[in-house]
Design a protein. Structure first.
Length: 371
């Protein structure tokens, strides 16, 4: 079966987690880089990765890489790529991308050049002067880093963080893919007990439950590449069946959530029901000061941090309370993500381990306590 090279972007700091996921999926040539993992595999792996990856933002087919320091070099490089292997004469092929630390720094100009080169390549192959672009979407993406250009095709469509269970969220949600990475750091198992005292829309609890039960995160959604007519629909059906067969329906996992906001509690329950894990959750309305620490539990927290002075002061009071109620007990661990630079001092003790992560564009620290 045809082997392709793929690229899966991810949050900075989660590259090793994503690489581990791909190796467990039997991906070949797995290479982690800043904010992405490159790998290779067949059509089945393309479907498996889209359906089952927890920390990837999307799955891209790598069309090629080349160096370009001028628009002419960019044009010729793109024109030399085998676009016709994937893009038909009626297909839509919009272009988007980014450039960093490169001579070609104007992204709009680069987009225009890449589009022009793609059109010229396809014109020569199909022998036609105009493309209606009324067919399935083939999103071309490019990245230019230190004058090195990489061109890709997006197979996912909507980002893979869109699992389908979170139609609504609270004001400060953590992205599903980032939550999944933190859960991986915590080594959640099918027998774990986890809790989140700021459950919000339930992301930590639901992602932990689906991991413990081995439910593929995107089992129930569709992907752009399914519309291309290039990959047999049987491949997608077989990979969905494979995912269903691997679910651990007898898992002993259980999660406990709480939030001061009654609406957040109801939202968590609604989202958990959509995700098919409501039976593995207990969610109540409770203030953080009433948090109860139990042995052998993993606690995740994305506490408020505040953007204005009064909000920051209120957030810092919450951190002090957390320091009191998050007690050291046998087998307990705490994973707290926040952008507040003085969190440890306010919380009352230094973390056993820290890791820099980004929640969207916001630089955060993951503070880990397990001793």
């Amino acid at each position: 079966m045809t082997q392709l090279t793929y690229i899966a972007p991810c949050h900075f700091g989660l590259e090793s987690v994503l690489a581990g996921e791909l190796k467990r999926m039997d991906a070949k040539d797995v290479r982690a880089d800043n904010g992405k993992v490159e790998f290779s595999g067949d059509y089945h792996l393309l479907a498996r990765a889209n359906i089952g990856l927890r920390t990837a933002e999307r799955v891209l087919i790598k069309l090629g890489s080349f160096r370009a320091e001028s628009f002419e070099e960019l044009f010729q490089g793109v024109k030399g790529l085998p676009l016709e292997d994937f893009i038909g004469k009626k297909d839509a092929f919009p272009v988007k991308g980014w450039s960093l630390n490169s001579k070609l720094h104007s992204v709009p100009d680069c987009q225009a050049i890449v589009k022009k080169a793609a059109v010229e390549r396809l014109k020569a192959h199909y022998g036609q002067e105009w493309f209606s672009e009324t067919g399935p979407l083939h999103q071309i993406q490019f990245s230019i880093l230190k004058d090195e250009v990489t061109c890709m095709l997006d197979t996912s469509g909507a980002g893979l963080h869109k699992r389908g269970y979170r139609q609504n969220s609270n004001d400060a949600p953590i992205k599903e893919t980032l939550a999944a990475g933190i859960i991986d750091f915590a080594r959640v198992k099918d027998y774990s007990r986890v809790q989140d005292p700021f459950c919000g829309s339930g992301t930590f609890l639901i992602e932990a439950a689906t991991k413990a039960l081995n439910i593929p995160p995107c089992l129930r959604r569709k992907f752009s590449a399914q519309n291309w007519g290039l990959f047999p629909e049987s491949v997608w059906q077989e990979e969905r069946s494979r995912g269903l067969d691997l679910i651990k329906r007898d898992s002993d996992f259980f999660a406990y959530g709480s939030d001061l906001d009654k609406n957040a509690v109801e939202l968590t329950k609604a989202n958990a029901k959509k995700a098919g894990v409501l039976g593995k959750l207990s969610v109540i309305t409770r203030d953080i000061k009433d948090f109860e620490s139990h042995e052998q539990r993993i606690t995740f927290a994305n506490p408020p941090y505040g953007e204005r002075m009064l909000e920051k002061q209120q957030a810092e009071e919450i951190y002090k309370v957390m320091g009191r109620v998050f007690r050291r007990q046998e087998g307990n661990s705490y994973y707290i993500i926040t952008p507040h630079e003085k969190f440890e001092r306010i919380f009352g003790r230094p973390a056993d381990k820290r890791r820099k992560l980004y929640n969207g564009m916001l630089k955060c620290q993951l503070y880990m306590y397990f001793k």
